[in-house]
Design a protein around this ligand. Structure first.
Ligand SMILES: [Fe+2]
Ligand SMILES: [Fe+2]
Length: 470
């Protein structure tokens, strides 16, 4: 057991009671967090008992704790992975030196920016998802939504701990600003694009947890390599929580695909009439959320990415599996679009690190899509879901301001306007998907447009009362 103080006002395994100043600062932030949660967290379910998993320790055993709790009583807090003895910086210009336990002065601004950008996504997704409880397809899904939401709340704590603990007054100001911005609000939006997009139906929620939370995984993997040890330890523990979010997304979309396949096999030529989501429509939602998530990695050529790497603040995922850790004197062959045609351009590797991370992400997404296609194949359905070409529907980087179809063929602005509803959800599509969203709240029952899960949570049956509504 690490020294877990689970029942302190602020649960933690960082001996918070020994650091009076930090403890006071966080206790001052706590009521602001709580009121943000009541205002912007899941609407309408704060008084219900939810079957939640709570971390009671950071080792794998500490992960098996499930109980019915009210969300406001969730043990939000500060949990860091154990400190690795004699850990050294594993990449960049400071490679081989001991990791930093305090903020390196020359990188203070850069580090703060990295932390704030990550931190901002956590409350944003809770805000985006706050109304979904009202249209849940089953109690099982409702519970999974709330599990994701409370853990995003905890991720906010994880990042705010770093801001309060290591950045003094400007850290405290950033922590306050994190509770003041609002997803989708034009006057005080969240920092990154995808985190201002509305999530108003469960198909979008599953796509978001599949694709956007997976961007989170890759950002956390890169930050877990950080030479700033507290950031590395914080993100390493966040990754264990993040895995569940992607499980919710991948199996959620998988169950929609499964249900659609069943409806097709039952002889429904028009899946929509049968109350399901047709495969071309699933493809459009995939196209939307995959591309919004691709943008989160940033521009293909980025001097910021080079600086983050050189300074030892943000590495590549699983840096220790690579042979070479300076990324100097190496080049990346980048796919670009110049003067109306596709061509390759050599970019110094350090400048291409956003693209390197995006490559791993795309491969990971493809593995999930393959599993969905396997379901279709098992049902004998001749249809393949596909990740669109990387140039399609991008708003950041090389392909912003130019249009392509999902195969990567160039489209004039005029063609794009004419055809975009073929590729992305149209207004009509969105209205249709929303028309399917009726809450199903009896234990063991499920909405018509999605198949039940193969198994329940923590060995419980699907019929279990995952959320007590009365
Ligand atoms: Fe998160
Ligand atoms: Fe997440």
């Amino acid at each position: 057991m690490s020294n877990m103080n689970l029942y302190d006002t602020i649960p933690n395994n960082v001996n918070l009671s020994d650091d009076k100043k930090l403890k006071r600062a966080l206790e001052k932030w706590l009521p602001d967090f709580q009121s943000w949660w009541m205002d912007m967290g899941p609407e309408g379910f704060q008084a219900n008992d939810v079957y939640l998993r709570t971390a009671i320790d950071v080792d794998p055993k500490g992960w098996a704790h499930f109980d019915h709790v009210k969300m406001p009583d969730y043990r939000w807090g500060i949990f860091l992975a154990a400190q690795e003895k004699d850990r050294k910086i594993g990449f960049g210009d400071h490679m081989g030196k001991p990791v930093w336990q305090e903020v390196p002065g020359e990188y203070r601004g850069m580090l703060r920016r990295l932390i704030v950008t990550q931190a901002d996504t956590e409350p944003a997704s809770v805000e985006q998802q706050r109304l979904l409880g009202q249209t849940c397809p089953s109690l099982y899904d409702l519970r999974n939504l709330f599990q994701v939401n409370v853990e995003e709340g905890r991720h906010l704590w994880a990042m705010v701990y770093l801001l309060h603990g290591y950045f003094g007054r400007d850290g405290r100001e950033e922590a306050e600003a994190l509770l003041a911005r609002r997803s989708g609000n034009p006057d005080k939006p969240r920092i990154l694009g995808a985190f201002n997009e509305p999530i108003e139906d469960w198909l979008s929620f599953f796509m978001f947890t599949m694709f956007t939370d997976r961007d989170g995984k890759y950002q956390l993997l890169a930050l877990a390599e950080s030479g700033f040890d507290p950031l590395s330890r914080t993100t390493r523990f966040m990754l264990t929580e993040e895995a569940h979010h992607m499980f919710v997304g991948e199996t959620g979309v998988g169950r929609v695909v499964e249900r659609t396949a069943q409806l097709m096999k039952e002889g429904n030529d028009d899946v929509r009439k049968a109350g399901g989501v047709d495969l071309p429509l699933i493809q459009k939602y995939l196209n939307l959320w995959f591309t919004l998530s691709l943008d989160l990695f940033g521009g293909e050529v980025s001097s910021n990415a080079a600086d983050f790497f050189a300074s030892g603040l943000k590495g590549r995922q699983k840096e220790d599996r690579l042979d070479e850790h300076t990324a100097l004197d190496q080049y990346y062959n980048l796919n670009v679009f110049r003067d109306g045609k596709r061509t390759m351009e050599e970019v110094p590797l350090r400048n291409a690190l956003n693209e390197v991370l995006r490559d791993s992400y795309v491969d990971d997404c493809q593995r999930g899509v393959d599993r969905w296609n396997k379901t279709l194949e098992e049902h004998g359905i001749n249809f393949e879901l596909k990740l669109p070409h990387r140039s399609f529907h991008r708003h950041i980087g090389e392909f912003a301001n130019v249009h392509f179809d999902p195969e990567g063929n160039f489209l004039s602005d005029e063609e794009w306007d004419k055809r975009k509803d073929e590729f992305l959800p149209s207004e009509e599509d969105k209205v249709f998907v929303k028309s399917l969203m009726h809450a199903v709240r009896e234990p063991g029952k499920i909405a018509n447009w999605i198949a039940p899960p193969k198994r329940g949570i923590n060995g419980q049956p699907f019929e279990f009362e995952y959320v007590r509504l009365s």
